[in-house]
Design a protein around this ligand. Structure first.
Ligand code: GLN
Length: 459
């Protein structure tokens, strides 16, 4: 899709302005129902059109998650406390994309904490395939925009699955690259040792084309990787020799339709000639616990900057400093408060060893175990999410119920690996399921190649 549009733009059969107008119109119409965008950037888009089509993404319409800074645009991170915030600079991942057309900033769970976009101050995003269900989260707005055709591609962030899970719910492709491959400079931090910027699009090829542009060494991010050779991720490998590990997991809590779709994809992979074997990760049962200690710990540190003085809600007319802080921080959404409380507790001197250090040690064990398995297989497949999109009125009795649904996506963030979600067929009630393919660090080309082969059946 990107390549076709690029060729048309280049040949002049459509202008960047016409394309922008067309997509802005779709966004404005659909946003009334889907709430994909926190802001639609019509003026910005029309005043930043490329004069000349040079690089591949010039003039291509995109949606960027609202926790990624773009100079002079409103960047809210889905929170009330940043409602008025205007970015003073542009994230490296965005400037690397060249002169794409910014249709708008994607809706998201407040500060990217969540799996439904229901934690957004601006209300949830809905799923274009069934508006009585949510788009997933936390990059639900971006997924909903791409799936409904108001953006050709989207950029999100993935700390525990926030690109892959909404991609799965909305029936599109979502890639979380290796930690450090795309610069985090300009992304509002959540759990810094987990955060990655990810890519969403309707095809695997489009995701690969965007990845080619997005990943470049960036001295402004101390964890940015500097690779010796620049790869072309859109040149897929032959996958017939690929060794595929099938993750063994308890089907407790995994919906029957998701299981069936997963079994079908194993059958397809065998047909490609790949060798397929079952693999076990003994520590899988600890991934949720480790993540939900380590990430809130990092969150509690990262959220300190929203003190109402440097950043965040600035209450007026309060003289007393304690009262000022109380008022400023009272404006956080509930899930944000919950995570700050948990993280402050797990980092406190009395509990640091009991919780934080233990979870960190478990993270290392999980990494070791995956390293061992990746000596044996090239990629590991699993469902992306144990369920299809939730009904928009579903009530979660307690937050843990939702946390547990991150079981398949979190491992890649714990170990810094790349993982992709691709559409994997629909449930009996026509809701999308997703297949996740995960590999060792910097194995993007393998997971994209297998994903592309599997994806063909949906084209
Ligand atoms: N659902 C996960 C969480 O709530 C993942 C969020 C993310 O990747 N930003 O933490």
């Amino acid at each position: 899709m990107i390549l076709e549009l690029h060729n048309k733009l280049k040949a002049g059969s459509i202008s960047a302005k016409e394309l922008a107008e067309e997509y802005l119109k779709i966004a404005e119409d659909k946003n009334k129902v889907l709430n994909s965008y926190i802001s639609i950037t019509r003026e910005y888009a029309l005043s930043h059109l490329p004069y000349k089509i040079e690089s591949i993404l010039d003039g291509i319409p995109a949606c960027i998650k609202d926790n990624i800074n773009i100079l002079s645009t409103n960047t809210t991170a889905g929170s009330q406390v940043l409602k008025e915030y205007i970015s003073p600079y542009t994230a490296t991942a965005v400037s690397n994309l060249g002169k794409f057309t910014l249709i708008g900033k994607g809706n998201m769970d407040s500060f990217a904490f969540g799996s439904t976009t229901q934690n957004s101050y601006f209300g949830p995003s809905f799923n274009p395939h069934n508006i009585n269900t949510v788009a997933g989260g936390s990059s639900g707005g971006v997924a909903s925009a791409v799936a409904s055709g108001s953006a050709v591609f989207g950029i999100g962030s993935d700390t525990g699955g926030s690109v892959r899970q909404p991609a799965s719910f909305c029936g599109i492709v979502g890639l979380k690259p290796t930690y450090g491959l795309i610069s985090r400079y300009g992304l509002i931090a959540m759990g810094s040792s987990f955060d990655t910027i990810g890519i969403m699009a309707n095809t695997v090829h489009d995701v690969a084309l965007v990845l080619n542009e997005a990943c470049k060494y960036d001295p402004k991010d101390s964890t940015s990787l500097s690779l010796e050779k620049k790869l072309d991720y859109s040149k897929f490998n032959d996958i017939s020799k690929l060794k595929v590990g099938v993750l063994k997991f308890s089907d407790d809590g995994v919906e029957k339709d998701v299981m069936n779709a997963f079994s079908n994809s194993i059958r397809d992979i065998k047909k490609f000639g790949c060798s397929v074997k079952e693999i076990t990760i003994d520590h899988l049962k600890y991934v949720i616990a480790a993540y939900y200690i380590l990430v809130p710990s990092e969150i509690s540190a990262n959220m300190a900057r929203f003190d109402g003085i440097r950043f965040g809600y600035h209450p007026k007319g309060i003289k007393d400093i304690e009262e000022f802080y109380l008022e400023a921080r009272s404006k956080f959404e509930d899930e944000v408060k919950r995570r700050i409380l948990i993280g402050t507790y797990t980092l406190s001197s009395g509990y640091y060893d009991a919780y934080y250090s233990k979870a960190d040690a478990v993270r290392r064990l999980i990494k070791q175990e995956f390293d061992g398995v990746f000596k044996d297989v090239d990629v590991i497949i699993s469902p992306t999410s144990p369920t299809v999109a939730y009904g928009k009125d579903k009530v979660f009795d307690n937050p843990l119920e939702l946390y547990l649904s991150d079981i398949f996506t979190i491992p890649a963030n714990l170990i810094g690996s790349p993982a992709i979600s691709i559409p994997n067929g629909v449930s009996h009630d026509n809701l999308h399921t997703g297949l996740q393919i995960m590999g060792p660090q910097l194995s993007e080309i393998n997971i994209l190649s297998l994903a592309n082969e599997l994806y063909k059946k949906y084209e």
